[in-house]
Design a binder for this molecule. Structure first.
Ligand code: SF4
Length: 402
């Protein structure tokens, strides 16, 4: 039994702050986070950092290549790694022409987003990369990585994720701490906020302090696609503020075997641009106020879907299909406390059901037929919404097995 009044995962807090319904899916309904292309980039880089600093690759780019190679093997398509490398090479050559100023706007200026130009589209097509890109995206779709409605683009969303991860690594690698000073990666920490509140987070990199061996530098890695980040925004990032208060976990079984007395400073690193900011002091009062407010919302099950502001707000969300497929987020038991309680009370049952269905194809088939029959009978009645969690269990199993 933890004696602290309230222990919250920083990731959970950020998920709730981004969209309470996303938090509901992941943390209350127990619906495993669907795979997305966007999530591949940070996962590849974080795993690549572990390979590189763990001494399994001579450079970060080589490490990321190994990660993708392993994924392709896991997907049963080892040859796909070669196609991805060919796509990334060709794409880099074309983008290099824009970067070198050999392709310019009619007024002589640089294009801000070369990928949006007709010149890029034409050159990708002539180099055969549009055709290759389409086959890469077809693969991603059949493996549940790409939503069926992602529209036409000059290249490949899947290939771009591979290429962008590599180019971020090439840009950032010269600025990374040397392996000899890195104490750990994905290191768990705690931040005690007072009032019995404790946040549990993870340091992307933990580096030896420069002056005092008992101090550390914590790196916070951000992968949000943005053309630039202001220092003021980075300084208000909850991860940065929490990292400044980082202490080794109170329970030895939760620590990564690294210990320190004090955080010397926090480095915020934005991978898409390579920008970094260093913070020696952050506003813990700001964090405490936010955590208290967000925790109240979670405790009282305040679930306001971001979807109420329209589809655009949901475009990049991993749970988009759950919210915008049939019957949609409006039919969910979110604002009715009784139905919400019902959903939570049955979460474990749904998880058991998922395991059973995943291991028994015959059962899965019977359930599909039964659910379709019940939906037919209950069509138009409010009780029909009660079937949607079971339908989602079946869809999640289909997704996992595709
Ligand atoms: S699709 Fe929209 S409403 Fe649904 S969880 Fe994601 S952000 Fe929230």
């Amino acid at each position: 039994m933890d004696e602290r009044a309230l222990v919250i995962q920083l990731d959970e807090l950020r998920t709730y702050a981004r969209c309470p319904l996303e938090w509901f899916w992941e943390r209350r309904a127990g619906v495993a986070r669907p795979h997305t292309i966007a999530a591949l980039v940070p996962t590849a880089i974080r795993t690549g950092l572990a390979f590189y600093y763990g001494g399994h690759a001579e450079s970060l780019t080589a490490a990321i290549g190994l990660v993708w190679h392993d994924w392709c093997e896991g997907w049963g398509e080892a040859a796909l790694a070669r196609d991805l490398a060919r796509y990334a090479d060709g794409r880099a050559r074309i983008l290099g022409l824009f970067l070198a100023g050999r392709i310019q706007r009619p007024d002589g200026g640089r294009y801000a987003v070369p990928e949006m130009t007709s010149e890029y589209r034409t050159r990708m097509h002539s180099a055969g990369l549009s055709t290759l890109g389409r086959s890469l995206d077809d693969f991603a779709r059949t493996h549940g990585l790409l939503a069926p409605d992602v529209g036409d683009r000059p290249g490949s969303a899947f290939g771009d994720a591979f290429a962008e991860g590599l180019s971020m690594a090439e840009r950032v690698a010269p600025d990374l701490p040397a392996p000899g000073v890195v104490l750990g990666w994905e290191v768990p920490f705690e931040a005690n906020l007072g009032n019995g509140m404790c946040l549990q987070g993870t340091a992307d990199l933990l580096v030896k302090g420069a002056a005092d061996p008992k101090t550390v530098l914590v790196e916070v890695h951000d992968f949000e696609p943005a053309p630039w980040v202001r220092a003021g925004l980075a300084g208000r990032d909850l991860r940065v503020i929490a990292a400044a208060l980082a202490q080794p976990p109170a329970r030895p079984d939760e620590s990564a075997g690294v210990s320190w007395d004090r955080v010397e400073h926090v480095m915020y690193r934005h991978w898409p641009t390579g920008q970094t900011y260093t913070f020696r002091e952050t506003s813990s009062g700001h964090l405490l106020a936010l955590v208290a407010a967000i925790a109240r919302g979670m405790r009282h099950h305040v679930v306001v879907p971001r979807a109420v502001t329209g589809y655009d707000a949901c475009r990049a969300c991993a749970y988009r299909e759950s919210c915008w497929g049939k019957p949609g987020w409006e039919a969910l038991p979110l604002v009715d406390a009784g139905l919400l309680g019902w959903a939570e009370a049955h979460r474990d049952s749904f998880q058991r059901l998922r395991q059973a269905v995943a291991s028994d194809a015959g059962l899965a088939s019977h359930m599909r037929v039964s659910i379709a029959a019940l939906e037919q009978v209950l069509r138009g009645l409010p009780e029909a919404s009660l079937l949607s969690p079971v339908r989602q269990v079946l869809e999640a199993v289909d997704h996992d097995q595709s």
